[in-house]
Design a protein around this ligand. Structure first.
Ligand code: TRP
Length: 452
């Protein structure tokens, strides 16, 4: 076995894992679903979901990774010795491929939009329909779509190629602070616009009448997706942790930062959208049509539009890196491949798999299976099937197969006596992981399949 790399510091791990968690989900999806589903009331429900499912499963993933110092397949193999559980790890690696292939397409648009912003393309957006036409003409252009997907993918591969410490950790230490500073600038811009308070009201005024069974399920599903759970991404990052790092405090901080950034993104986006008199559209339209229109009339909009799409691209890049790392770690650990070879071979395979997704917006739009084009199919198969299934299995495995006694011994390592002084913390984690998380994840799974 070759010498396995480790993070340079716990802080490096926290930044990389926060980078994985903060992605398109935080900046585009969370603000929108929060605004639509009752504002602060939804945020409240979401925080519950994070506490009941998000944090316990995140801890389980990081713990499995750190204990075994392996990718998801190796981790399940070492802890269970059973081919069935090992195959569950394999599903995680598969999910990594599939999620990355379509995630990279939208991430490519973000990068492409940085250049649209720089070229001043947004300055003559006078109406929503002009912004919409511009967007449609870009995504129906095969070269633009595939081209930015390839360029974005090149960046992702470069960081993973440079290794855990020299590429992923070093990159995160630069990209995450930059992301945070840009976001603060956008928040400051948004809040100083006249009428910003209407946007804040949309995001934060609690409307309990909007909380339904469905909005609870949306909150649960999102809590899961936003923390990059269910496919071993956090397990893989956890596998580069040292035994003397405190998992409980590190994962709590990751969860806090992820939620905090999502809320800030919501404040930045909706204060601007409402102050500029626009409607908060749903779907990709919010980011790629409404916002460019908002920037066209906002004072300083040229600069802020560039900053916004740089922010979105960085958020997507640090997430994409974690997805590729799962696949690479598998081939490095299990097949003894050199990292460089794994990155080039499986980077290219994933890149190719993404091309039909990129073409789903133009020449392959009508190529459908089960009524979905390739992009929607890849999204559905991974987000609605592989990830919930993976998360369910991880919770069940740690709680019911690996067992409390063994898991807690490992959890205590590096906790500096915190768990000995407060045994109830471990007990609480256990109850959540054993009963609450699997049941809730299973319900979300049924819901996302349309069965309830
Ligand atoms: N968490 C990311 C987001 O919010 C998406 C993501 C990155 C992800 N890596 C993942 C989702 C692994 C599931 C699994 O956009």
């Amino acid at each position: 076995m070759n010498n396995r790399e480790n993070w340079g510091s716990k802080f490096g791990f926290i930044l990389a894992a926060t980078g994985s968690a903060i992605g398109l989900g935080n900046i585009w999806k969370f603000p929108y679903i929060a605004g639509e589903n009752g504002g602060a009331a939804f945020v409240f429900v979401y925080l519950f979901c994070i506490a009941l499912v998000g944090l316990p499963v995140l801890m389980a993933e990081v713990l499995m990774g750190r204990t075994t110092q392996r990718n998801p397949v190796g981790a399940f193999k070492i802890l269970s010795g059973s081919p069935v559980w090992t195959a569950i790890g394999g599903l995680g690696v598969l999910a990594g491929f599939v999620v990355l292939s379509f995630y990279s397409v939208i991430a490519g648009w973000s990068l492409g939009y940085v250049f649209e912003a720089i070229s001043g393309a947004f300055s003559d957006f006078t109406t929503a329909s002009v912004a919409e036409e511009h967007f449609n003409s870009l995504v129906s252009d095969v070269t633009w779509n595939v081209g930015w997907h390839v360029i974005f993918f090149g960046f992702t591969m470069a960081f993973v190629y440079l290794g855990v410490k020299g590429g992923i950790e070093r990159g995160s230490k630069i990209m995450m602070p930059v992301l945070f500073i840009i976001l603060l600038m956008l928040v400051a811009r948004g809040l100083t616009l006249e009428g910003a308070e209407k946007g804040i009201a949309f995001l934060l005024n609690p409307d309990w009448s909007k909380i339904s069974g469905e909005s609870v399920l949306i909150a649960l599903g999102h809590a899961f997706f936003t923390l990059s759970l269910g496919m071993g991404a956090m397990m893989t990052y956890g596998s580069y942790l040292n035994k003397d790092d405190n998992i409980l405090s590190a994962t709590s901080l990751i969860v806090f930062l992820d939620t905090f950034i999502a809320l800030l993104a919501g404040v930045a986006i909706f204060s601007s959208v409402f102050a500029m008199g626009q409607d908060p559209a749903g779907g990709p339209g919010l980011i790629f049509q409404t916002l460019p229109l908002v920037f066209s009339t906002m004072p300083g909009g040229f600069i802020f539009s560039i900053l916004f799409f740089v922010l979105l691209s960085l958020a997507a890049l640090t997430s994409a890196i974690s997805l590729l790392e799962v696949v690479v770690a598998y081939f490095v650990d299990e097949k003894n491949w050199p990292r460089h070879k794994a990155v080039i071979v499986f980077g290219l395979v994933t890149l190719l798999l993404g091309i039909p997704s990129a073409l789903s917006f133009n020449v392959m739009a009508e190529v459908k299976l089960f009524g979905k084009n390739f992009f929607d199919l890849a999204d559905f198969f991974s987000s609605n099937i592989l990830l919930p299934l993976g998360g369910f299995c991880i919770a069940v495995f740690v709680a019911w197969v690996w067992g409390f006694d063994k898991a807690v011994i490992h959890l205590k390592e590096g906790s500096a006596g915190l768990l000995d002084r407060n045994p109830w913390l471990a007990d609480l984690w256990w109850v959540f992981l054993k009963f609450i998380s699997p049941v809730l994840i299973f319900i979300v799974f049924l819901y996302s399949l349309g069965l309830i």
